[in-house]
Design a protein around this ligand. Structure first.
Ligand code: CTP
Ligand code: MG
Length: 521
């Protein structure tokens, strides 16, 4: 079930694959089988990428008549879904039922003419709508609902947390507020798909897929969008054999030698790879997706810990010697593996459950593990999130980081192979430490804040509330007072690449309009 069947929806592709495997039963039975079980990572990815390819982004005037707008677009084909959002102007994201509708819309679209500029004959899926008579639309318009890409300000969140019944409730509220919304996820896939269009002009067989927290279930509004550019979609395209007398000539600047030509190509590709990450990261995204889909407590705990860490400045959006969200996620998973009975299985166990289709070896590293979530036995551990959150802080507040490394493949601590303050083994490349960047000071801050939070969480809820004090999650999140400039609604015009940058900015937006800082990374 790889993206090979990009033209089919994932359900259709899965049905086809089941048929190929000659699974007994009718087509309907296969379809029901897929709709009732949890989707695999590749099914989710294939479905969302296919959806993104049928989608366009339209920069609209701020006063727009939604009905007329949709009616006009419907003349190009059936609209399956749409929403508006605000970021440097008003944007509409419109998903057609058929990909052909986009070509129909592109056919009637003009290209702006600028003096002394030669337009590149490339038709993107980003449009700008200019109305001939904006006043007439304004008079009859009812404001459209604009989807928010930002999170609630901290003050509002603390109030909600105070009114909850338990820490479990608090973590569920926090998850609801901070998890990636359906619209935000759609925008992330659309961004990849739009970049794929551009890269596709040079590398027609390429694919651009999101990885990291945008797809591994642990994403928080405002988190970055990690993209993986595969120039040859896993080597699926085959080079044509020469049959006629003609050779294709590539439009490439003439250079003195083949060696220099190769160097140039490699440096362009290298830039891409530098920015868009390695292949193994796709596997670790799928692994985290599996852990995050197994039990609802996993996501709630990871998001709670991420918010806590960001609010205390333990993590940062700027790279440096701090702990990253990826390391924190691994710490939570390790802690859940150490529970008795364990709440999540070890990576070795997931490998034991895998079958032939799940076999993956990347650069000599065995990255195989089960992809079918239904093969994994649910845990017998019923501990509440109230207990787990407190235990997490207590566990790591007292962990012998000086001696041990965390290994989620074995679900066991191991003697540290080198002296980095924090050592978390990369699950697929055991010789790598995913937290090599963390220095002693940052680790000590984490430890002392974990101890303090463990203590605060042990305080009696009733007593704290009656004394007017914050309790639970609300007590362990410090109030953030820093102001951040509001830049959400300013109009920004520009080229397709500016628009793509704008789109990325809006996904990363970590401010709210009332000047209170929210912590979104
Ligand atoms: N990754 C890795 N080894 C590292 C760092 C990152 O394998 N030392 C992979 C992980 O799959 C990770 C992804 O690259 O999920 C993206 O890294 P990053 O953006 O730092 O982490 P996210 O999990 O996306 O979390 P965040 O929301 O902070 O971006
Ligand atoms: Mg990321």
């Amino acid at each position: 079930l790889r993206i090979r069947e990009a033209r089919l929806s994932s359900t259709e592709a899965a049905v086809a694959a089941l048929r190929e495997q000659q699974v007994p039963g009718t087509e309907e039975a296969a379809a029901t089988e897929i709709s009732t079980r949890k989707k695999t990572f590749s099914e989710v990815l294939a479905e969302r990428l296919e959806q993104a390819q049928r989608t366009v982004l339209i920069n609209c005037p701020s006063k727009i008549n939604e009905k007329k707008f949709l009616k006009y677009l419907s003349s190009h084909g059936n609209i399956k879904n749409h929403f508006f959002y605000e970021s440097y102007g008003t944007y509409a994201v419109v998903e057609f039922s058929e990909k052909d509708s986009i070509a129909s819309l592109q056919d009637v679209t003009g290209t702006p003419q600028f003096k002394d500029e030669c337009p590149v004959p490339f038709k993107s899926r980003i449009f700008t709508l200019t109305l001939k008579n904006p006043a007439s639309q304004a008079s009859e318009h009812t404001p459209v609902h604009r989807h928010k890409l930002t999170t609630v300000p901290l003050g509002g969140l603390i109030k909600k947390l105070r009114d909850a019944d338990s820490v479990s409730d608090q973590l569920h509220i926090l998850t609801e507020e901070y998890q990636l919304t359906e619209e935000n996820t759609k925008l992330r896939f659309l961004t990849c798909s739009l970049i794929q269009d551009i890269a596709g002009a040079y590398f027609p067989a390429c694919t651009v897929k999101p990885f990291g927290s945008s797809v591994n279930t642990f994403g928080k509004l405002g988190c970055d969008l990690d993209m993986f550019l595969d120039l040859d979609d896993g080597g699926k395209s085959t080079t044509r054999r020469k049959t006629g007398p003609f050779n294709l000539d590539y439009q490439m600047k003439r250079v003195p030698s083949e060696r220099i030509a190769t160097q140039r190509i490699l440096s362009v590709i290298g830039e891409f790879i530098d920015n868009f990450g390695p292949g193994i990261a796709m596997r670790s995204s799928e692994l985290l997706y599996i852990y995050g889909s197994l039990d609802p407590r996993v996501r709630a705990l990871v998001l709670g810990v991420r918010c806590w860490a960001r609010a205390h400045g333990i993590t940062s959006s700027i790279p440096g010697s701090w702990i990253t969200n990826f390391s924190l996620t691994m710490m939570v998973l390790f802690f859940l593996q150490k529970k008795n009975p364990p709440i999540v299985p070890t990576l070795d166990h997931l490998k034991e459950l895998s079958d032939v289709q799940d076999k993956h070896v990347i650069e000599g590293h065995d990255c195989s593990f089960v992809s079918n979530l239904n093969k994994i036995k649910p845990t017998g551990n019923t501990q509440s999130l109230d207990v787990l959150l407190g235990d997490f802080f207590e566990y790591f507040g007292n962990f012998a980081f000086n001696k041990y490394s965390l290994n989620i493949r074995k679900g066991k601590e191991q003697n540290k192979p080198e002296s980095s303050p924090l050592h978390i083994q990369n699950p697929f490349e055991p010789s790598l430490n995913i937290s090599r960047n963390v220095n002693a000071t940052q680790l000590e801050r984490f430890i002392s804040l974990a101890r303090e939070s463990a203590w605060l969480l042990q305080q009696d809820k009733g007593l704290s509330s009656s004394n007017g004090q914050l309790w639970g999650m609300a007590a362990i999140l410090p109030e953030l007072t820093a102001n951040s400039a509001s830049k959400g609604t300013k109009k920004k015009r520009g080229t397709t690449s500016d628009r793509l940058k704008g789109l990325l900015d809006s996904l990363k937006t970590n401010n709210s309009t009332n000047g209170k800082k929210t912590f979104c990374t």
